[in-house]
Design a protein around this ligand. Sequence first.
Ligand SMILES: [Zn+2]
Length: 417
Amino acid sequence: MAADAITNADIAELLARESERTEGRAAKALRRASRAALMWPEEAGRLRDADRPFTELRAVGPFTARFLSTWLREGTSVRERPPLRDGFLSYAQAREVVASHADWRTGLEGDLQMHTDETDGAASVEDMVAAARALGHHYVAITDHSKTLRITNGMDETRLAAQGERIDALNATGMPTWALRAIEMDLTPEGAGDMDPSALARLDLVLGAFHSKLRLREDQTERYLTALANPDVHVLAHPRGRIYNFRAGLSADWERVARRAAETGTALEIDAYPDRQDLDVDRLRVVAESGGWVSIGTDAHTPSELVFFEIGIAAAILAGLPRERILNYLPLRQLREWAGRIRARRHGDPAKRSVAMAGKRETIDTTPGKQGGSRYVRRDSGGRFSTDQVRAGRSVAQDRRVKAKNKAPKGMKDRGD
Ligand SMILES: [Zn+2]
């Protein structure tokens, strides 16, 4: 491909602009092609160089192909994009980023958001797991929608439990890719979930996501801070609720949100679906600074959409996120322990906490009021202190003094889980 060739990301923008200048069916076709350009597996410039027709590309017919020919011939460059279309990687670009960072493939374990025909997905759990296995995933989280989201045929507690039994049965067949029992629970704008906590307690992973009031223009920092206080949520899914060329998504003070997420241990998601990419690279840089956890999920609704996982990896690479803070790099057992520790810490039950800590080399007594004598101070990611410590009335200064005196054992330092 010639060095000056425009990229699929440029083409996506040019198609969107062209669609805005057009009307009727042509406008719709161009708009559809703009979105599809983010999903094309190869740069259109390469097709041209190989004398292959653009109509090989999804959503490109002869009418749209003529625009592509002109733009690629003229090298029309795109400098600025409206917020509605800003900060999206194309799948072709993401593949190149990942290909040039081969080490990021090592240790990659699984995909943490996908839907099945239990709600609004197109395939069964079995088919999604088989497709994920073909991609080399060791586990996947099955995250169908919760009951409030009627438009997706969201599950109530009974259906969630029944799905859990089917997942257990599938895992029992010895499939090499493990299916985690999970959910994408709808959160009210106040951050409350819509499922019985006891039903959530039986899951491996709980994603929480906003699906309403996503077009508000005012700062939504408070909404995020309250959602992060929800004790049942492990991962805040598609945090901004943006959709390419459709909805800009919510705004907030991301430094504060990322810092609080690091304190509560809640992972912020990279929803890798091409037209979501939520959080985007710029905001992920802020998350990288905070030291908090990140979770990558394709939000796939069909087996073929699982490949877009690479968009999430590329975003993580470009944002400079450390792999040690990406849940998808934790082996299955460690991922489940992570979720268990978060749950136990938040529900404040010392008995549960000691069970959750069982995998650790050191016994750590986090019972409120008993921390004064511990060998060292556990800190949350981002250097914050846990709610247990705060409840126990220890000051930050005190903790610093204790920490200075007692060096944390190797491997436990800065581990915020
Ligand atoms: Zn969602």
